[in-house]
Design a protein around this ligand. Structure first.
Ligand code: GLN
Ligand code: ZN
Length: 764
């Protein structure tokens, strides 16, 4: 029998984002719920069949989702807060109301908070469990999808987010800590045990419980919780085999516990948690009946797998354990669908890429080579072809970039004078009121904006026509901002398709795909560019439109850049040089742009580091040595050359940085804006307790939801902020860019924001 192959999860948005289009069409009223259901069903069937055709043995089901698998789990377990049930909507609309908020005939509720999923750019909805919640098996989605596949002749491996990860991510109302009672633990275990019984009845052979939370550092009681839950659950398994699936790091501190509990399979990430996971297996082995699922095919990057490396890892495992299966290292949800159709990339380039569909073949090919002896491997054409990809250098280095990096001195990482002194100078020079109002940069990208950009890209309109259009958009949006009374204006970012791709297009060393979309949250997808070679700035990028905007108004216009860490984190990074090296190259390129903007008369420059927190290693002991120690200096390198009076802003998505608050301060920006309106207010305490020096604008309303906040709501929020922060350091802004919103909700929201700021100012 050949080696078993397993896939942890597959992209669900569709090869051409069919699911996105169907759902968004439904939201706009252009199609029906039945259309959405039919599209979803087609996609599931297509994805299962692709995996079957590729020779995957354990094909996941219930990895499909309309919005988010964590939200599905919450709904399955009955963790739907009453305020959403009270809307009286159907099943799908209730799901969408939790995810996006609802404002209409049936009520007015905000969306549940959303957070980043580990170190990815995917976001999950935070389950809310209060004393009113009763956890119980409440839905049929995983069973329905198992049966649906079976009707197609495919016996899948159902996937559920496991109870430990679910409970560890759950929060109480409004972000409060979860009240983890014995009853809650018992009810949760019972619900999962029932699910297992049900799968057993349906004839499933394997069930996969995703427990990625195990890769985090353990707090007191964590392993007890894990054991308590699974003792109950595993007692219910009968014939069905249970796979404990982990990913995004290692479980060296819980591997022995997992063995004791009696799982039939343990899935280990042998990319991100490789050394520690291998050491754990070396130390504890695995009993006869346990299969180790070796996660060797990277679901986090787009490069071809190096089979020699994967086989080396598996060969090492096989000296310790009898049963090894070959698996992806995590869900393929985080890579694009297929390289098929990427005809703009030369074959010589494209042959280095493997997206989800191509990775299926990699899983199968590696598995086929596992049992081959040395002679057979030496003869294998597959292995030879793979090896050829890794022989020699893929790209030639750029000596100019290397020389510039080598010549960097420590001084270039430090801005002078010290921040407090600069802040005083800036107050003087900019003449802004207390509680200055601003936005994060982008304004709604209407259909007209997007289609004009597309026409220009396709050569259907001339540069002059395009420039006239963009110029007009900028003038309109400036005028509108002046009219409603915002203090620091922005040009609106109409010329940008995406905050990373736009920069990448003007940098040497980047490549672009046509269709390599990955899900970010809900129906939102991103298309990261590819770092192919050494990076440098090809030409000034933003100077033209920023200085145009500044020339059209008396108010200060904020220049708008994307920072080096975010550009790297939202691109597909190279694997042949370190992230630190790539980020330093990017920092120098953006530094050139900052200095050009300043020379062009731009007084306020925002350098977005929306994704800084995203790549913080999962284990705290790695945070500084493996990441912050170079990421924070890279940001300083970008802005250290400006004059004291030039105000440097930064923006970060999500407020979960209370635990790295000092590192954020060490970026040495003058002002930071961040998303806090949808999460909890913990970060305000952190700002307070850390004596945070950077001026800050904790977002006062949630732009991810179409609902319009009232003036009173924003006033309340500002009051909350002022309880924790020095009024001289507070900025008033929405919590992120407005480009995904419509004008209809944006302008009233901003009017309420300005009115609220004025009202609170008057109270001071
Ligand atoms: N300046 C960007 C914008 O406003 C920031 C986007 C982001 O943080 N994701 O769109
Ligand atoms: Zn943001």
């Amino acid at each position: 029998m050949s080696v078993t192959t397993s896939v942890i999860g597959f992209p669900r948005i569709g090869q051409n984002r069919e699911l996105k289009k169907a759902i968004e069409g439904y939201w706009k009223g252009a199609n029906t719920l039945d259309d959405v259901r039919a599209t979803a069903k087609d996609l599931r069937a297509k994805h299962w069949k692709l995996q079957q055709a590729a020779g995957i043995d354990l094909i996941p089901s219930n990895d499909f989702s309309y919005y988010d698998q964590m939200l599905d789990t919450a709904i399955l377990l009955g963790a739907v807060p009453q305020r959403y049930k009270d809307l009286g909507l159907n099943e799908e609309d209730t799901l969408f109301a939790i995810a996006r908020g609802y404002q209409g005939e049936k009520g007015d509720v905000t969306a549940q908070p959303m957070k980043k999923w580990f170190t990815t750019n995917y976001h999950y909805l935070v389950p809310e469990i209060t004393d009113e919640t009763t956890i119980a098996l409440n839905g049929t989605k995983p069973f329905d999808e198992y049966v649906e596949a079976k009707e197609l002749g495919i016996d899948t491996k159902p996937v559920l987010i496991g109870p430990y990860t679910f409970l560890k991510f759950a929060r109480g109302f409004d972000g409060e800590d979860l009240n983890l009672t014995d009853k809650l633990i018992a009810d949760t275990a019972k619900a999962y045990a029932e699910a297992l019984t049900k799968f057993n009845e349906l004839g499933a052979k394997w069930v996969q419980f995703d427990e990625p939370y195990l890769v985090f550092d353990k707090e007191e009681g964590d392993l007890d919780l894990f054991s308590t839950l699974y003792k109950t659950i595993l007692a219910a398994k009968n014939d069905v085999k249970v796979l404990l699936q982990t990913y995004f790091g290692h479980i060296a501190d819980s591997y022995a516990t997992a063995l004791d509990l009696g799982f039939d399979g343990i899935g280990l990430d042998l990319i991100e948690g490789k050394d520690e996971n291998l050491a754990a297996v070396e130390q504890y082995g695995a009993p006869e009946g346990v299969t180790l699922f070796a996660g060797v095919i990277n679901g986090r990057n787009i490069w071809r797998n190096d089979y020699a490396v994967s086989l080396g890892v598996i060969d090492a495992l096989k000296t310790k354990v009898a049963n090894v299966a070959v698996s992806t290292a995590d869900s393929l949800l985080h890579v694009p669908f297929s390289t098929e159709g990427e005809d703009k990339l030369a074959p010589e380039v494209l042959k280095h890429f493997a997206f989800a569909v191509e990775k299926l073949d990699e899983v199968r090919q590696v598995a086929d080579l596992v049992d081959a002896d040395d002679a057979a491997r030496a003869d294998s054409e597959t292995l030879k072809a793979n090896q050829a990809l890794f022989d020699g250098t893929r790209v030639a280095a750029d000596p100019a970039v290397a020389a510039r990096v080598a010549a960097l001195s420590d001084d270039e990482y430090v801005r002078q004078p010290a921040r407090a002194e600069r802040q005083a100078i800036q107050k003087d020079e900019l003449g802004l009121p207390l509680l200055p109002t601003t936005t994060i940069g982008s304004f709604p990208q209407t259909r007209e904006v997007r289609s004009t950009r597309a026409k220009f890209r396709k050569g259907e309109i001339s540069q002059a026509e395009y420039d006239e259009f963009i110029g007009k958009q900028i003038e309109d949006v400036l005028h509108h901002q002046e009219e409603i009374g915002l203090d620091v204006l922005v040009h609106g970012e109409f010329e940008r398709n995406d905050m990373v791709e736009y920069f990448g297009q003007n940098l040497n060393g980047f490549l672009f795909t046509k269709n390599a979309w990955v899900q970010s949250y809900g129906t939102r997808c991103v298309k990261p560019p590819v770092v192919w070679g050494d990076v440098s700035r090809a030409n000034p990028i933003t100077v033209k439109w920023s200085s145009y905007a500044q020339s059209k108004t008396e108010h200060v216009v904020k220049g708008m850049l994307t920072g080096p860490v975010t550009i790297l984190n939202w691109s597909w990074p190279r694997e042949d040089i370190t992230h630190k090296e790539q980020t330093t190259q990017l920092a120098l390129a953006i530094r050139d742009e900052v200095l050009d903007l300043e020379a062009a008369g731009i007084k306020v420059i925002q350098i977005d580091e929306a994704a800084l927190r995203e790549k913080l290693p999962v284990r705290r002991s790695d945070w500084h040595v493996k990441y912050l120690d170079w990421a924070v200096p890279a940001f300083r390198l970008v802005h250290s050359g400006v004059k004291p009076g030039t105000q440097i802003h930064t923006h970060m998505c999500y407020s979960e940085f209370n635990d790295i608050i000092r590192d954020i301060d060490a970026m040495d920006a003058d002002v930071i804006s961040f998303e806090a309106s949808r999460g909890d207010l913990v970060v305000l305490d952190a700002i307070h307790d850390a004596n945070f020096e950077t001026e800050a604008g904790p977002g006062v309303y949630d732009i991810h939801s179409p609902r319009i906040p009232s003036e009173e709501e924003i006033v309340d929020r500002i009051h909350e902020i002022l309880k924790k922060m020095d009024v001289n350091k507070v900025w008033i802004n929405p919590d992120c860019g407005l480009k995904t919103r419509g004008n209809a909700e944006t302008w009233p929201s901003l009017e309420h924001l300005v009115a609220a700021a004025k009202k609170v100012r008057a109270e001071l």
